[in-house]
Write a protein of this length. Structure first.
Lengths: 114, 115
């Protein structure tokens, strides 16, 4: 069974450009999460989808970030325009519903804004 | 307010010894779950162990055990017989029913196992 996959694994872009990160969750997982880890700091929650609905987007830094989850399958996270402080590793995770459900993580996308 | 607190930024442990990683949490929800994840230098997040708020016994998974003290709101991870491959960053996380199961993480603890 395929795990959570994220594309690209690395991205280097210039300030002001647009970048779109993609996450393919494990098939059948209703929950999909996006997290960001800035170098040396904690893992910050960005948002949470249940199927195609945004359940909680309280962690989105500002309106330069836009997340979608088409048809409750894969999800994209677009940053437009990118700023230097957006650099970090973006993780996607998916899980079944329920308190005990383990969240499975993708390998992350390392975003560097220069 | 910080939901998960990990007060140890870094720890050293001798190979074959045990190490305890601290985690305290804050919630008013009676229904919650606690998780520990490991992140080695390669970057992937690896699930280690789970403890539910209603579980009567402390969780164990191989060399990992969880010292769950509900009244103190602590869920410390114990790694027994440390191995060099245990060197990694360890994250404590919590999922609350009231927050529709959003998974919140602590700042992490870096463990370095010495030969």
């Amino acid at each position: 069974e395929a795990g959570v996959t994220q594309f690209p694994s690395h991205s280097v872009i210039e300030k002001g450009q647009t970048v779109t990160l993609r996450c393919d969750p494990i098939s059948g997982h209703d929950n999909l999460y996006w997290y960001r880890r800035v170098m040396g700091k904690e893992i910050k929650f960005l948002l949470h989808f249940v199927k195609e609905s945004k359940q909680d987007e309280s962690g989105m830094p500002n309106n330069r970030f836009l997340a979608e989850r088409t048809g409750g399958t894969y999800s994209t996270l677009k940053v437009q325009p990118a700023e230097l402080e957006d650099s970090g590793v973006y993780f996607c995770a998916s899980s079944l519903r329920g308190q005990r459900a383990e969240a499975f993580f993708g390998q992350g996308t390392r975003l560097t804004v220069v | 307010a910080q939901k998960i607190t990990q007060t140890q930024p870094g720890m050293f442990v001798q190979e074959k010894e045990a190490v305890t990683l601290d985690c305290t949490y804050d919630t008013s929800d009676p229904s919650y779950g606690l998780f520990w994840y490991k992140q080695p230098s390669s970057g992937e997040m690896i699930f280690l162990i789970y403890q539910g708020s209603y579980d009567q016994q402390n969780a164990t998974e191989g060399r990992y055990s969880l010292n769950f003290q509900k009244a103190r709101k602590s869920a410390n991870l114990v790694i027994s017989a440390s191995q060099l491959g245990d060197s990694a960053m360890y994250f404590c996380a919590m999922r609350e029913h009231i927050n529709d199961y959003k998974l919140s993480f602590g700042a992490g603890t870096t463990v370095t196992v010495r030969a």
